[in-house]
Design a protein around this ligand. Structure first.
Ligand code: GDP
Ligand code: ZN
Length: 286
């Protein structure tokens, strides 16, 4: 193996970056504590968690190295500050509180702005008897959603299967079970939670910065949930891209007469308009 080694930034710690090598080092080590090479600063870019980097000067005994290069980002989130996100899990409870379709739709549209795969995760499935109704409804919105509950290992396993690659992040309103899900998916966090429970934190883990954690079945999960107040782009040009219902039709080769068609009621618009969220789309384009 020749330096530099490809790696991903897992956490920022004061003056250090914790990185994970794509391929383990000679002694099987994957995690290294790194300084930044001075030339990194010249690019003017701050390294973020999730960044793909080149690592050099490895000291395999001490587990130290230096980050010498930064690869261009595929995408980036602001809250939490995270680069190269592959999947955004939008968590909504099937009950307590019951799903508000408007709010779910907004969260999904906001998640789509990341340019990553969006997966609706319907939590607290143990509290309802008709989860299929929502799963079917979401198919109409263009999503293969998952229903989970902490009492159902099979649902959790199905979610882990969908996650086993790249960087994932949770988002959703408070109270839907995001922390519970994080703890269920990342064994490391359970340990930390146990360590602080009994003190003032009431079992909440206390990281202030986002950190990526290895999932047992593969993939990385951010330990800080994203946006709980979803925001949408002001530019109507971008709105159509946030609806899978529209994307899928365009990918399937639907043609409109005009190149910059807004898919409202233009003559020669080829878009089929018989889908549940079409009125929301029209409203957003208002
Ligand atoms: P967060 O605010 O999204 O992080 O939600 P929490 O993880 O703190 O959970 C909010 C509440 O929902 C807590 O009282 C949890 O005990 C409860 N909860 C979480 N997951 C489940 C579940 O699968 N089923 C049920 N019935 N309750 C759950
Ligand atoms: Zn059109």
């Amino acid at each position: 193996m020749l330096e530099p080694f490809a790696a991903q930034v897992m956490a920022l710690e004061a003056n250090y970056l914790r990185v994970r090598l794509d391929h383990p080092g000679p002694d099987g080590r994957r995690l290294l504590l790194c300084t930044r090479r001075a030339r990194l600063a010249h690019g003017g870019l701050k390294v973020m968690v999730g960044d793909r980097v080149g690592v050099e000067g490895c000291d395999w005994v001490e587990g130290r190295a230096a980050v010498g290069s930064l690869e261009p980002r595929r995408n980036q989130l602001q809250r939490p500050a995270l680069a190269n996100v592959d999947q955004v899990l939008v968590v909504m409870a099937l009950a307590q509180p019951a799903i508000d379709p408007e709010s779910l739709s907004r969260f999904l549209l906001s998640a789509e702005t990341a340019g990553a795969e969006v997966i609706p995760v319907l939590s607290k499935a143990d509290l309802v008897s008709d989860q299929q109704q929502w799963l079917d409804r979401l198919v109409g919105w263009g999503y293969q959603a998952l229903a989970i509950s902490r009492h159902d290992p099979a649902g959790l396993a199905a979610l882990e299967d969908r996650l086993s690659r790249g960087v994932a992040v949770l988002c959703g309103p408070s109270g839907v079970g995001k922390s519970s899900l994080l703890n269920a998916l990342v064994p490391e966090l359970q340990l930390r939670t146990a360590a602080v429970s009994g003190k003032l934190q009431r079992g909440r883990h206390t990281t202030r910065h986002v950190e990526l954690h290895d999932l047992p079945a593969g993939g990385l999960l951010a330990d800080t949930p994203g946006f709980n107040r979803p925001e949408l782009p002001a530019d109507p040009e971008l709105v159509a891209q946030l609806f899978p219902e529209i994307r899928q039709q365009l990918e399937a080769g639907v043609r409109c007469r005009f190149r910059n068609c807004r898919h409202l009621q233009e003559p020669g618009c080829g878009l089929q308009r018989q889908w549940e969220r079409y009125p929301s789309y029209v409203e957003l384009m208002g």
